[in-house]
Design a protein around this ligand. Sequence first.
Ligand code: NAD
Ligand code: UDP
Length: 314
Amino acid sequence: MSSQTILVTGAAGFLGSHLCDHLLNEGHSVIGVDNLCTGSLANLAHLAEEPRFRFTELDICQPFDVGPVDYVFNFASPASPEDYHRIGIETLLVGSVGTVNTLDIAKKYSAGYLHASTSECYGDPEVHPQVETYWGNVNPVGPRSVYDEAKRFSEAVVTAYNRYHGVNTHLVRIFNTYGPRLQANDGRVISNLMMQALQNLPLTIYGDGSQTRSFCFCTDLIEGIVLLSRSDEHTPVNIGNPIEWTILECAQEILAVTGSSSEIIFKPLPQDDPTRRRPDITKAQNLLGWEPKIKLREGLERSLAHFKACIDAQ
Ligand code: NAD
Ligand code: UDP
């Protein structure tokens, strides 16, 4: 594949920064933009001397133009429940206005386009595991709706730009992903429990810990997403790890990996917290020949140094 110029929004975030690394390693030039509302320039510090990488601090909700690009990856959006509860309106705006602004760039330059959607489109699912044809069970006025409904709107507008304007769009529904550069204080379960375990603080389990999630290591996820971006598929595709863990089992894995003596304590379950989540990845397997390789234990071990560094920096 010849070298491209690629726009990545949300470049200073957890996944956006890993995506930039992947694209640069393939030989492309990358323009990263981010307003740093939840991301950090520290995630891009290693690219400071990279001539094929350029960063601009901007809010994608304001019209912007970075010049001609061949591809747009739209990853800008708060992603952790703690973040999107804190900046709920901004979350709705980046999923709607921000997504439209990035689609206009793809349209203007006849560029390919991939949008980072989410398993949250399925809400608290009544179908398990979640298959792309399931329309979801989302409370439109619940506390999570600022995120879930923004992403559902963004899927609709991305599809409309494909349908009405012929933009070569792709939609990935990302399931819970973790790894180095996950914000230590973002309230997500892996970051919370890893930080607590490494400091021998009590591990906080919300509810009785029987709710499930399926955790994908970041490099597996990015590989699947990049394959999808080069496919002819315009409808949503689940990318995630289909191995399902209860939150209690996940806490036990974290205790084993960290060698921690932390106790487990139970706190109230947040409202509308999905009870089960596991991707059906048959579509990605058939379409892209992709499936994740890294098991939870190995991924947690690969994340240890990052969380230890976060504690040292505190
Ligand atoms: P993150 O918070 O680490 O990164 C998001 C980045 O977007 C941040 O750097 C933030 O500053 C930036 N941003 C937010 N609003 C912006 C705006 N208006 N203008 C410019 N930049 C803005 O989160 P992440 O985990 O890296 O998530 C990246 C994308 O993947 C998000 O769209 C998220 O919804 C999606 N996603 C992530 C997961 C996951 O498990 N990490 C799961 C499903 C979907
Ligand atoms: N959770 C938990 N303890 C924590 C943080 C989260 O038990 O310290 C639970 C949370 O209630 C949810 C699951 O872990 O059931 C995953 O939460 P996270 O915020 O990581 O992701 P999401 O709910 O968006 O899937």
